[in-house]
Design a binder for this molecule. Sequence first.
Ligand SMILES: NCC(=O)CCC(=O)O
Ligand SMILES: [Mg+2]
Length: 321
Amino acid sequence: MRRNRRDDWSRRLVSENRLTVDDLIWPVFVVEGTGVRQEVASMPGVARFSIDLLVEEARRAADLGIPAIAVFPSVEAALKTPDAAEAVNPDNLVCRAVRAVKKAVPRLGIICDVALDPYNSDGHDGLVIDDYVVNDRTNEILCRQSLVQAAAGCDVIAPSDMMDGRIKEIRQALDSAGFDHVRILSYAAKFASSFYGPFRDAVGSKSALKGGDKKTYQMDPANTDEALREVALDLSEGADMVMVKPGLPYLDIVRRVKESFSVPTLAYQVSGEYAMMKAAALNGWLDWDKVMLESLLAFKRAGADAILTYTAPEAARLLAK
Ligand SMILES: NCC(=O)CCC(=O)O
Ligand SMILES: [Mg+2]
């Protein structure tokens, strides 16, 4: 076995997987204001940007060849209500950000989450009634949220809420409003993971959640077969792409989804994964560039077609070398 590993040229020749910039989606955080750049404390190197700076960042990402960004709003606490009304406001922060980026950098794909957690005063992805996240009434709001985001110019609607049946309803809502070209990326197998902690800092939904959890709608980390049922349902309802989340600790799910369905399969290297690697690197315990690229290559090896990663611009720069 070592003969092929002997030289750089023969290692390159027999290499089975390759990470390229085309595999990367960059999740970004947006805040109100002008000229604002706020570091996210639990994600060193990641910042929230006001729309004007986000537009510049988006242009840089497109120049690096990154195909798409996913935009997440950090909504002011005063706008969070039990009915998450701000989610369906056509002039909310995320819609204004999408309009601005689309106008300035039309060649960059824009993905928007559909879920109520940035807007809900209780921090949940759906509407809470009698202490339970209700399914069908949440779906009605998610459809309206999808429509305002599509109208703002969002290319890909990404429901991350894990309600049942929402892909079918969102697809119908988009089609009947003339948005049949808008794609749906379903967070199909999203686990009730503790690796989302830093993200909830970044969008300010952690304090709202008050120590609660999302186990009544997100998947049990113990399960695999259930992920395949989730993916099958979302595909039958009209999802164009499916996602597994978190990433690195769930590569077995990525592999099974890709092998079972042969559809575009994305994985999300979530905030906690980023924070772990970054913390070790900042301590001098890991080589950031190397460990970051190795982690992204592992997604490819598992069968992922694309990876949402906070490292996207850095990875793109390294890959260009
Ligand atoms: N719906 C988007 C997320 O929940 C992101 C999680 C993370 O990066 O931890
Ligand atoms: Mg589902």
